[in-house]
Write a protein that binds this ligand. Structure first.
Ligand code: 3HC
Length: 676
């Protein structure tokens, strides 16, 4: 046999082996090979049982997503899984790494399953806007019951081998280093057992209460998504007395609906966009990286503390420096509290919390940063202060140390110029809360060395961030695009929209909150000049009255003690007042106009960012908005969304309101092009 599948005969057991790096995706050649392998085992009288296993780092991690949207080559995965299940010799799946999606479904077609303790099993298709479409929604409930099936399919989180054993999804746990031998021994143990256990022949018991509770518990998580409901419907079908064949037909129809829809296309786009973002154009992927064994953080405030936790959690020691003892104590106290809270919620083990705290050194002494491999400055946004700090770092830090600023909009080139080593300087823009938010904008200065950039991009993966390279411009990628949205939202208030209306439109679009809810959460006083007599904008007026947002229980909304918002009559008055002073007439604003003015302008800014080469690619912009600002993943990020709306429509909307349209956006629209 040629191709990714080979076979090995171990006396009476035929082992079918896949070798399709990097993740043994079930592409056409693998499916063909599996079919041929099973046929070989059935045809050879000496073979009493078969084992399917994978070489490399993992068992089949799923269908080959790159094949989606193209004509499917035979045999399809459902056919292969059926063939395995219908074989009249026992087939054992030997699982290591991750048996995901179609990979999990292959194991469900097998009569028996054995896994190493570190293996993970799951059906994450829902995260790609899909459902397990090779019989998974029908076999999981039949093997493990409705509750487990709902968790696995509609939420998509994988389970450990131990949990899978408890749920009946695997039959045995192998030794971590003896999977092949243990699987062959298992195959011999059950070689003669009949009848063969086939998932399709089992029945699942309906559990309407569990379904109702599951829907209720996850309503927030599923809001706006099509795929979870389709997964749930398929699981219900498996338990409603329908035949297996009827269930499969239902699953297929639901799968195809999702596959053809824009949500799955968006979610698949983001899957690849996230991986693409890690790649730096023009830099050799094999470039030697600088070792990062110790990190320094300047500033123990909310940002500095959150940034430190990323490294501590990854086992990298951190030295945190502050100016005053009370600020330092407060900062380290918050870090400790966060770890203790995670431990008490069972998210980490108490010893992990202790280990993380043990790796933290807190000091007032700048000189303690001398042996750090990377120092991240996280003090307040003031260029003079930053320049002074970088001058000091230049004098103290060892040669080769990387010096990073967490600035969210200041000129990284000017900061780098305060040192004699601008090649070692870049921006690392974390998003608040920095220990939670997945996005990291890595800002490449004019003089940043290739190896410095590559080192930080690789480090981002170690600390579980999704990193995107940005150029030096005001606000980089994310905040730069936020700006037109904020400006337009404020203008719309003046023209007659209310904060509630604008926020409602954004939430209905799928954003976690609208621009005014976001202002109230972040603080209306952010960036305020702090002179209550100088009232030049609606924001100034709010700030001057102490309407600083949730923290003062009033901002664009009024809040009760539980932080529930209600529209504020006082804010309406302030807006009215401004409108009168500017001689503006209130008019009806449509939801459509809000979308055009606040979202189309973001797309336009994104196009300018691309024109100016401040982002490497449109998909990077999408990644920034998904992981930094909660853009609904089922809309694929602003640039993908613009593509799916049609760029001509976006340009027409912008022109209708008199906006200057980016040349790139215009030319793409004219040629019926796309960003992605
Ligand atoms: N198809 C095609 N390519 C895949 C793939 C897949 N299912 N899974 C991963 N890859 C590619 C990645 O794009 C990446 O390519 P690159 O190196 O060119 O960027 C490479 O394999 C390595 O992937 P990761 O960087 O993600 O490697 P990790 O080790 O970090 O993670 C993993 C491994 C956990 C398996 C992760 O890749 C993953 O979650 N993969 C997707 C799993 C999934 O969603 N499976 C369901 C597919 S849909 C399906 O099966 C439908 C069926 O029901 C009919």
């Amino acid at each position: 046999m040629t191709g990714p599948i080979t076979t090995e005969l171990h006396d009476d057991v035929l082992v079918i082996i896949s070798n399709n790096p990097p993740v043994n995706a079930l592409g056409a050649a693998v499916r063909q090979g599996l079919e041929a392998g099973i046929k070989e085992g059935l045809a050879n009288d000496a073979v009493k049982a078969m084992v399917i296993r994978c070489d490399g780092r993992t068992f089949f991690a799923g269908a080959d997503i790159t094949e989606f949207g193209r004509p499917m080559q035979e045999p399809g995965l459902p056919t292969v899984v059926d063939m395995i299940e219908m074989a009249d010799k026992p087939v054992v799946a030997a699982i290591h790494g991750t048996a995901l999606g179609g990979g999990c479904e292959v194991t469900l077609g097998c009569h028996y399953r054995i896994a190493v303790p570190s293996a993970k099993i799951g059906t994450p298709e829902v995260k790609l806007g899909l459902l397990p479409g090779a019989g998974g929604t029908q076999r999981i409930p039949r093997i493990a019951g409705v509750k487990v099936a709902l968790e696995l399919t509609a939420k998509g989180d994988p389970m450990s081998a131990k949990m899978a054993l408890g749920a009946g999804l695997i039959d045995r746990v192998a030794g971590e280093d003896s999977l092949v031998a243990d699987a062959i021994a298992f195959a011999r143990d059950i070689a003669a057992a009949r009848p063969l256990p086939r998932a399709r022949e089992k029945t699942a018991k309906a559990d309407p209460e569990a379904v109702a509770a599951f829907k209720k518990d996850n309503a927030k998580r599923f809001r706006g998504f099509d795929a979870p409901a389709a997964n749930i419907a398929c699981v219900e079908k498996a338990a409603d007395g329908s035949s297996f064949e009827e269930g499969i037909a239902f699953e297929r129809a639901e799968f195809m609906k999702l596959m053809m829809g824009v949500q799955s296309a968006a979610q698949r786009h983001i899957f690849f966009a996230e991986r693409q973002a890690a790649k730096i154009d023009g830099i050799d992927p094999k470039i030697a990286l600088r070792p990062i064994k110790k990190v320094g953080v300047i500033g123990a405030g909310t940002m500095g503390g959150g940034i430190s936790m990323n490294f501590l959690s990854a086992g990298i020691p951190v030295t945190i420096v502050e100016m005053a003892q009370d600020a330092l104590d407060r900062g380290t106290g918050t870090i400790r509290k966060n770890y203790e809270a995670s431990a008490s919620k069972g998210r980490i083990k108490p010893e992990q919390a202790e280990a993380a705290m043990g790796a933290l050194t807190a000091t007032l002494d700048f000189a303690a940063l001398a042996d750090c491999d990377l120092v991240i400055e996280a003090v307040y946004e003031n260029m003079d202060v930053k320049k002074e700090i970088f001058g000091k770092l230049d004098a103290i830090c060892k040669p080769g140390a990387i010096l990073a600023s967490n600035t969210s909009y200041l000129d990284v080139n000017a900061i780098a110029a305060a040192t004699n080593r601008p090649g070692d300087v870049l921006g690392m823009h974390f998003f608040s809360p920095a220990n939670v938010m997945k996005l990291l904008e890595v800002v490449r200065g004019e003089k940043t060395s290739d190896d410095v950039l590559a080192t930080v991009m690789a480090l981002a993966k170690t600390i579980k961030k999704v990193a995107v390279v940005a150029g030096v411009c005001d606000g980089f990628i994310g905040n730069r695009m936020l700006k037109p949205r904020q400006i337009e939202a404020m203008k719309l208030l003046m023209e007659g929209a209310t904060p509630e209306q604008i926020d409602r439109v954004h939430v209905a679009f799928g954003m976690p909150m609208g621009p005014f809810q976001m202002s109230d959460l972040a603080g209306v006083d952010i960036g305020w000049h702090r002179d209550p007599t100088r009232i030049e904008s609606i924001r100034d007026a709010l700030a001057a009255e102490g309407r600083w947002g949730q923290k003062t229980q009033k901002g664009f909304y009024d809040y009760d003690e539980k932080r529930n918002p209600t529209p504020s009559p006082r804010v309406a008055e302030i807006i009215e007042d401004f409108r009168a002073k500017s001689n503006m007439q209130k008019r009806e604003i449509s939801d459509e106009e809000i979308i055009e003015k606040t979202l189309y302008t973001m797309v336009n800014e994104g196009a300018l960012i691309l024109e100016e080469k401040m982002a490497q690619r449109a998909s990077d912009i999408d990644v920034v908005w998904i992981y930094g600002y909660g853009w609904p993943i089922y809309r694929g990020g602003p640039m993908f969304w613009a593509d799916s709306e049609g760029l001509k429509k976006i340009v027409a909307g912008l022109e209708k309101h008199g906006f200057a349209v980016s040349e790139l956006l215009k030319s793409k629209a004219e040629s019926n092009g796309r960003f992605n």
